[in-house]
Ligand binder design. Structure first.
Ligand code: AMP
Length: 215
């Protein structure tokens, strides 16, 4: 299955992508994770992307498109993939269609995870992540067993710089202005399925798997 997860930052795309990826055994591709790994390794792309990410802005299309093009052409994507956080603009969506067309493929489905803005702000301000293994937590909804320590690998959890409140508001703004138009874009193409993100992760996962027709 070739799937795109659409939704505001903090809607739970990453969490649901992990569930779907395990269930269908297809790779989870997060452009945000790819940028963060470039930032950690100090690459040229990482340095460029960081300026935008820290300000809550989208990284320019020309930098983003290239990494996705290379990634979806890799062998492990031949049975499908889950794109989490890409496309985020209409030009990126046009580009994706073209790149898949060149490989003789097309998207099967675009899953829109809907969560109201007030809930997004609550979720992001409480989110903590493990910079070592990427696991994601929430201080109220999904706390670590020991405060501040990753359950998976035992490293210290941190708040992402771009999860601070002033940056969250800018990211939400970027979502409404640049990404939300993709809902209509994919609706017109007959590929959109919307699922409302619930409070409990398991409830959302059940709704997501049902919407995708996955048992
Ligand atoms: P995420 O982890 O998906 O919330 O992404 C973190 C940040 O990376 C975003 O706020 C953007 O600055 C940048 N980013 C991730 N994916 C994209 C994309 N498709 N287009 C532009 N910027 C992106």
């Amino acid at each position: 299955m070739r799937l795109v997860l659409l939704g505001a930052p903090g809607a739970g795309k990453g969490t649901q992508a992990v569930v779907i990826s395990e269930k269908l055994d297809i790779p989870h591709i997060s452009t945000g994770d790819i940028f963060r790994s470039h930032i950690r390794s100090g690459t040229e792309l990482g340095l460029k992307a960081k300026q935008y990410i820290d300000e809550g802005k989208l990284v320019p299309d020309e930098l983003t498109i290239e990494i996705v093009k290379n990634r979806i052409a890799q062998d492990d994507c031949c049975r499908g993939f889950i794109l989490d956080g890409f496309p985020r603009t209409i030009p990126q969506a046009d580009y994706l269609e073209e790149a898949l067309g060149e490989l003789g493929k097309e998207l099967d489905c675009v899953l829109n995870l809907h969560v109201p803005d007030e809930e997004i702000i609550r979720r992001l301000s409480g989110r903590r992540v493990c910079p070592h293994c990427g696991a994601s937590y929430h201080i109220l909804y999904k706390p670590t067993k020991t405060e501040g320590v990753c359950d998976v690998c035992g490293n210290k959890t941190v708040q992402r710089d771009d999860d601070r409140e002033e940056t969250v508001l800018k990211r939400l703004n970027a979502y409404h202005e640049q990404t939300e138009p993709l809902i209509r874009y994919y609706e017109k193409k007959g590929k959109l399925v919307t699922v409302v993100g619930r409070e409990r992760v398991e409830d959302t996962s059940a709704a997501v798997l049902q919407a995708l027709g996955v048992k």
